[in-house]
Design a protein around this ligand. Structure first.
Ligand code: ADP
Length: 502
């Protein structure tokens, strides 16, 4: 398939409503925002007509009030206080509708968590409203001239979209994408009447999950097709190990379950132009990378040394990301000629452990607790190797950034990490495909082994050059993944195509 495929000339462009709970650069807590910021834009560049529906949170990176309300918008009958604000394409790359609604627009802070780090108590109600408006738009009942041909919903926050579309007999196909199955959107089943949903949905073949309801099941059961963000994760979630109790359902729907590796924003993440870097480099103008390394060492408080590699780590500090696997072997790592730099925030006990570990190895290990986009870029560029020991990883973005920045990643063999990183050995070096290092199982000892292997390669100039060149030559632009999504959309629209499992 051509990477720059466009929809058929002359034909009306396919209209897609993309529904998500976060979108870069407007609001971001994780990879979902990067996808919502990148994929719709790439689809528009390929000729599709895409609009995004996003909650109008109080803390968006734009001043919402400066944008017009959709004058003709008709909300669902009992949501009279809901309004849509229209952000033109020059704000976020595609036209965006912001849902102005209580619970979103009047509440500063994290989209999902209160200031104590607990889920907002009314999350089910808030995101139910998003799904109801999505169904209203999909049905052409929102008083607007634009009506989608396809709805593309993402993660549990949008799981009720196909449910409302079914209840309201909206005849538009839905693709539901899983970005992380661990977040199911579990709630008391007693909430169903409050959400204005019929109680028959409390059924194993609908939303019921161990006596409660899981809103992600709305997407998994009622969408016409399902996708997830890498081919390996699409297989892994059909197993009891990573299926989060939903593997049986996913096996049942495997005929319509796709795995599409995410792309990255190659304009924002480009070592040749990155505005967060003091100087720039490419595979051919490589020397400046050493300058960025020195600046990074100074910025985070590492000793100014050219002769040891810096190992970087950036992630939410949660068990999934395997930060404990690194900390468990910190003494062994500190005995090697390496430096470590960590950036992350998350569970307070992990933040505490990381701070303590770095304090005990001052000058050789350093951490920054918090979310810092600029430092994330400088770590990707200034480090020599990148650590990503995630226990599971649906796609993962940082290993893709690392590859593009010539900072070979050391990853646990799982999900999107397995699909994007090629382990270095004699045969992958011979074919020129080696671009990083993989280890399994997800243990500290296997990680330590991989670090030792990586150091050997790092110290062999020719080998290192080959690995870095292969990494930087790869194309992880959204254009490629967007082509895959176009194929799925086309299948969903083909009248004879149907899901045998439904
Ligand atoms: P997840 O969505 O599970 O958090 P991904 O690797 O898919 O993991 O995406 C995480 C995104 O968030 C990446 O763009 C990463 O660089 C960014 N990120 C995570 N933690 C931080 C942080 N503390 N500061 C800056 N960026 C971060």
């Amino acid at each position: 398939m051509s990477r720059t495929r466009r929809s058929t000339p002359g034909a009306a462009p396919l209209k897609v409503l993309f529904v998500a709970s976060e979108m870069a650069p407007l609001i971001k807590t994780g990879g979902l925002a990067d996808v919502a910021g990148g994929l719709p834009k790439a689809l528009v560049q390929q000729g599709l007509d895409v609009r995004v529906l996003l909650p109008g949170y109080a803390d968006l990176a734009v001043r919402r009030q400066e944008f017009d309300l959709e004058a003709g918008f008709v909300p669902p009958a009992d949501m009279a206080d809901a309004q849509l604000r229209h952000l033109p394409a020059d704000c976020a790359g595609v036209p965006v509708w912001l849902l102005e609604s209580p619970g979103f627009s009047d509440r500063p802070g994290n989209p999902y968590l209160d200031p104590h780090g607990r889920d907002w108590a009314d999350n089910a109600h808030r995101f139910n409203r998003l799904c109801r408006v999505a169904a209203q738009l999909a049905g052409g009942r929102a008083g607007l001239a634009w009506r989608p041909d396809i709805v593309h919903a993402n993660d549990w926050q949008t799981g009720l979209t196909p449910v409302w579309m079914m209840l309201e007999r909206v005849d538009r196909p839905v693709l539901f994408t899983i970005h992380n199955l661990q977040y199911r959107g579990d709630f008391e089943s007693g909430l169903l009447p409050e959400l204005k949903l019929p109680f028959w949905l409390h059924h194993p073949d609908a939303l019921e999950f161990h006596g409660r309801i899981a809103l992600i099941k709305g997407g998994l059961v009622f969408a016409d097709a399902i996708s997830t963000v890498s081919p390996t994760y699409a297989r892994e979630i059909q197993t009891p190990d990573l299926g989060e109790g939903l593997d049986g359902l996913l096996r049942h729907r495997k005929a319509v379950l796709h795995g599409v590796l995410n792309g990255i924003d190659t304009a924002a993440w480009d070592p040749a132009t990155d505005g967060h870097l003091p100087v720039h480099y490419t595979a051919d103008r490589w020397a400046a990378k050493a300058e960025i390394k020195r600046a990074l060492q100074a910025e985070v408080g590492l000793a100014p040394r050219d002769d040891v590699p810096v190992l970087g780590f950036i992630a939410r500090l949660i068990p999934q990301k395997g930060i404990d696997l690194i900390l468990d072997i910190l003494p062994e790592l500190m005995a090697l000629p390496v430096q470590l730099v960590f950036l992350g925030s998350g569970m307070p006990d992990m933040e505490h452990r990381l701070r303590q570990a770095c304090a005990s190895a001052a000058g050789q290990a350093a951490c920054r607790i918090g979310f810092d986009e600029g430092l994330a870029h400088r770590i990707e560029a200034g480090a020599d190797l990148f650590l990503m020991p995630s226990r599971f990883e649906p796609c993962g973005l940082n290993q893709l950034y690392s590859l593009r920045y010539g900072t070979p990643p050391i990853v646990h063999h799982c999900g999107g990490l397995a699909d994007s990183v090629v382990d270095t050995d004699a045969s992958s070096l011979a074919t020129g495909t080696a671009n990083g290092f993989q280890f399994a199982p997800a243990t500290s000892m296997a990680l330590l082994d991989a670090v030792r292997r990586a150091l050997k390669c790092y110290n062999d100039k020719d080998t290192w050059h080959k690995i870095v060149q292969a990494a930087m030559a790869q194309d992880f632009s959204w254009a490629h993944s967007a082509g895959r999504y176009q194929t799925i959309y086309a299948q969903l629209r083909a009248p004879l195509q149907h899901d045998p499992s439904r």
